[in-house]
Design a protein around this ligand. Structure first.
Ligand code: MN
Length: 368
């Protein structure tokens, strides 16, 4: 199991204890998922002692009822959680000199509180790179959940496309998508705030949704995803409301060609930056390189953005089981934006997509 890999890493790297503070990482190792807000929630793993989960007292019972079979300790709001953690550690082992923390996650204040309990210990160990590396490779169970999330994203697009009409706001369309995901699919929450952008708003990739009203003859960009059994989806489609102009159609078709070429190029052995170049070269040769203002893609799993990053400068060799997005975009300020995005998994000879919504330019008739 993954937790055994963490324990082996501790031994190999001369570390005694891993203090895991990112709730997503805790869920990855334990199967218990919870958002603690400002309270203390951690997994404490040892080189050679039994790991334990530490939670607020009000979460102890649900943690015990979860997939996690190890010990769970809690603290009341009136207690000092760091003293309790220190006591539990000292009951389990005499070796607490070298700690590995998640430097990508643990706040300075929490680090200082923990360090105060072990003033002579060394907290220089960083377990974040190891966790990022093992999370690169998805198991068949994880891939099944990612596909389940993808199917919900495909459903969401249909709701969104059907909600487009003259005068309706971007925010209203996003709200209808989120509502129907809950009502019809039982989705607990989206993997990020649903994005709906019309016309020039779509040239700002992460703007909105705003109170801008949809007008005829605009491109409308959707970027959305859900959480499904702890795994994320993330997909984008751009559609035409009314008759697209030649220029709208041109940038759409270039982006689509770039996205498809990158999908077709995925196989074990290609590097992340080579894959980015496949799409970027097509957009650049068509004269729109300066309008493709972000990397080609990002990893996906329990987090909507994780490793690998599909970006220039990353010579990581892509391998079977890695999951990521392919999402070239063309953003022309004051005019329009196009992005087409699917996530998938590297297979032994290609790329298996998690979303399947059609990519021929969809033209939605004007509905006043
Ligand atoms: Mn994305």
């Amino acid at each position: 199991m993954n937790l055994e890999k963490l324990q082996a890493w501790l031994g190999k790297n001369n570390q005694d204890i891993a203090y895991i503070s990112d709730p997503i990482t805790i869920a990855y190792f334990t199967g218990y998922e919870m958002e603690p807000h400002e309270r203390i929630f951690s997994l404490v793993a040892f080189k050679d002692a039994e790991p334990f989960v530490f939670t607020p007292a009000l979460n102890v019972e649900e943690a015990k009822a979860s997939e996690w079979n190890g010990d769970v300790f809690g603290y009341l709001d009136s207690e000092n959680p760091w003293e309790i953690i220190a006591d539990k550690v000292k009951q389990r082992t005499n070796e607490f000199q070298n700690w590995a923390i998640e430097k990508n996650n643990l706040s300075v204040a929490h680090y200082q509180s923990l360090h105060e309990q072990f003033p002579n210990a060394d907290f220089n160990g960083n377990v974040s790179p190891f966790i990022e590396r093992i999370r690169l490779y998805k198991t068949p169970e994880e891939i099944k959940k990612l596909k389940g999330a993808g199917a919900e994203a495909d459903f969401a697009f249909q709701i969104g496309f059907n909600a487009i009409k003259t005068g309706v706001t971007e925010r209203s369309i996003a709200g209808q998508i989120d509502y129907q995901l809950k009502v019809q699919k039982g989705v607990m929450h989206e993997s990020f705030e649903t994005i709906v952008q019309a016309g020039a708003n779509a040239a700002n990739p992460h703007l909105g949704p705003t109170m801008n009203k949809i007008k005829p003859n605009e491109l409308v960009l959707f970027d959305l995803g859900t959480m499904h059994e702890g795994y994320a989806s993330d997909s984008s489609r751009t559609v035409a409301y009314g008759t697209p102009s030649d220029k709208q159609r041109e940038i759409y078709e270039i982006d689509r060609e770039a996205q498809q070429a990158a999908i077709d190029a995925v196989k074990p052995g290609i590097t992340a930056e080579e894959l980015d170049s496949v799409a970027r070269d097509i957009i650049t040769k068509a004269g729109y390189g300066e309008y493709f203002i972000h990397r080609l893609g990002h990893g996906i799993g329990k987090d909507v953005h994780e490793f690998p990053s599909i970006v220039q400068g990353n010579d990581l060799v892509l391998e079977e089981g890695m999951c990521f997005s392919i999402e070239p975009g063309i953003y022309i300020p004051g005019f329009a934006g196009v992005r087409i995005e699917d996530c998938g998994v590297v297979t032994k000879d290609g790329f298996d997509l998690f979303t399947h919504t059609d990519k021929d330019l969809k033209i939605i008739p004007v509905n006043e």
